[in-house]
Write a protein that binds this ligand. Structure first.
Ligand code: 4HQ
Length: 247
């Protein structure tokens, strides 16, 4: 998969995408992520890409010309017009289901706005979908684009180790994670749960499932609506809350 990120801050994006798991995945060719500088496409003699909003008000807006020409350049290079996603608090809030869906695309273009945003006309012309990473306000679309690129990349074959990738597909997804422990076995007077030291794999698996279910029930009941639950899962959830209705 190839992802082109249109941004005024390509170095900021590049810095994040060069590290850790995504950095390695890019180096190994499992994902091709490019950070494209919108400013390189301005025709303004002073290299400006923004201007004041018509009708007045605070802040500056990104202008149509550099954004549009940047997009045309990417599409010409690819020989196609991939789905273009504009990172915006006005979009649908990102979910793992959406991530999974987008990870099936061959190409994506992510558009990052800065300042007060982008002239609406170019959004109408080139944007296929708006996505928000949550109901709070950031200074730019770069962090949201990086969140989206990261979440999509880890779904691609080869990016995660095999056992990690398996957990993605298993019934564990859509529940919260169980707690985990590593050495030492005792720290600040706290011991690691005994079952984890027992070497009894069946019991460990059952304990982890129970922990996942309990945590999800206590912290994020809403997630249970979409979880795949066995008969014994439901029995455990029943024992947690007598008053509970549907999950
Ligand atoms: N932005 N999820 C870009 C966000 C945002 C979000 C604010 C996007 C500023 C220019 N984007 N504008 N939350 O807060 O995607």
């Amino acid at each position: 998969m190839r992802i082109d990120i249109m941004t005024l801050f390509p170095e900021m994006c590049e810095a994040v995408l060069s590290e850790s798991i995504i950095g390695r995945a890019r180096q190994n060719g499992f994902v091709d992520i490019r950070c494209v500088n919108i400013r390189d496409f301005t025709k303004d003699k002073h290299n400006r890409v923004d201007d004041a909003p018509y009708g007045g008000g605070t802040g500056m807006l990104m202008q149509t010309q550099p954004v549009y020409d940047c997009w045309e350049h990417i599409c010409a290079e690819l020989g196609k017009k991939p789905k273009l996603i504009y990172m915006s608090p006005q979009g649908q809030v990102l979910t793992q289901q959406k991530v999974k869906e987008l990870s099936k695309e061959e190409n994506l273009i992510l558009l990052c706005g800065h300042y007060e945003g982008i002239d609406e006309r170019v959004i109408e012309e080139i944007v296929d979908e708006e996505i928000s990473i949550g109901d709070y306000v950031l200074t730019g679309g770069e962090l949201p684009a990086l969140v989206l690129a990261d979440s999509i990349s880890r779904m691609l074959p080869g990016v995660l180790a095999n056992d990690e990738a398996f957990e993605q597909e298993s019934h564990y997804s859509s529940l919260l994670e169980y707690p985990q422990y590593t050495r030492p076995p005792e720290w600040h007077g706290k011991s690691v749960p005994e079952v984890l030291l027992s070497g009894h794999h069946k019991n460990i698996e059952a304990w982890r499932r129970e922990q996942s279910l309990k945590r999800t029930f206590e912290r994020r009941k809403d997630l249970l609506d979409n979880a795949e639950l066995s008969k014994s899962d439901r029995k455990l959830l029943d024992s947690l809350g007598k008053e509970t209705k549907k999950y």
